[in-house]
Design a protein around this ligand. Structure first.
Ligand code: G3P
Ligand code: MG
Length: 248
């Protein structure tokens, strides 16, 4: 039987070529032909949803501070791209709304990861859903989080939007757990998604969206992942994966 090949999502945008979670990285994802984008969301002091991986701006900007203690104006002064290369020093921490505006006229999917792992940002699920609705993206969003309370809360207010549980431990029978929560997808790192886990998930009616921790692109390994049966691959190297997947 010929296995269906996965859709390719750009992890934090094309983060192998551009500074992660910036509009430059998201525009690049559109240019290389990725089918979707993954990004990470926190909430600012003045209640705006902002796109950044860490709880602080220290690693990915020229500033220091905790996002939930900073206003959007504070955040807008920071250079979020210069650390990656001088060509990107005009990049700013984007608002989720700006990314939705960028994607709305395209056909790309968007995996919104709510980063409620340390700070719970009460009400972030409602705020996220309101933005999704305002941009008509209900059919193109997949909402995920390592905080499964967040996923369940989101699902209750937005039952038509696809959801998935992120995890990075060796969950026992993850398909049974996902079904008990009522979510539609598993989001494991690929080293925890061997073909047998994918097959069982599919038999249970779930999708599998795999990502990578400490990713390094290796062509032989990448071919294996493309043939693993996984539905979506969320990678820092979407251009390389697309080239392999679509080669004649
Ligand atoms: O959503 C997949 C992946 O982004 C989860 O881990 O730490 O890169 O946000 P992290
Ligand atoms: Mg993420």
């Amino acid at each position: 039987m010929r296995m269906k090949k996965p859709l390719i999502f750009a992890h934090r945008g094309v983060s192998s070529q551009c500074p992660e979670n910036t509009l430059a990285a998201f525009r690049r994802a559109i240019e290389v032909g990725a089918e979707g984008i993954e990004l990470d969301v926190h909430r600012s002091k003045d209640g705006q949803l902002v796109v950044c991986h860490d709880e602080t701006v220290d690693r990915t900007t020229d500033g220091k501070g905790v996002i939930q203690e900073m206003t959007v104006q504070d955040l807008s002064r920071l250079d979020a791209g210069g650390w990656f290369g001088p060509a990107y020093k005009e990049e700013r921490i984007p608002l989720l709304e700006e990314v939705l505006e960028l994607l709305e006229p395209t056909s790309l999917h968007l995996n919104i990861e709510l980063k409620t792992d340390y700070y719970f940002y009460p009400g972030i699920e409602e705020d996220t859903y309101a933005l999704i609705l305002a941009h008509g993206m209900e059919d193109r969003v997949i909402l995920s989080s390592f905080n499964h309370h967040t996923v369940v809360r989101f699902q209750r207010i937005a039952p038509k939007v696809r959801t998935g549980i992120l995890y990075s431990c060796h969950l026992y029978e993850p398909h049974k757990y996902a079904i008990s929560l009522g979510v539609g997808a598993l989001h494991p790192p690929m080293h925890l998604a061997p073909p047998e886990i994918i097959t069982i998930a599919h038999q249970a009616g779930l999708s599998v969206h795999g990502w990578f921790s400490r990713e390094r692109f290796d062509e032989t390994q990448a071919r294996g992942y493309l043939d693993s049966g996984v539905d979506i691959l969320i990678t820092n190297y979407p251009q390389e994966y697309l080239a392999l997947r679509d080669e004649k």
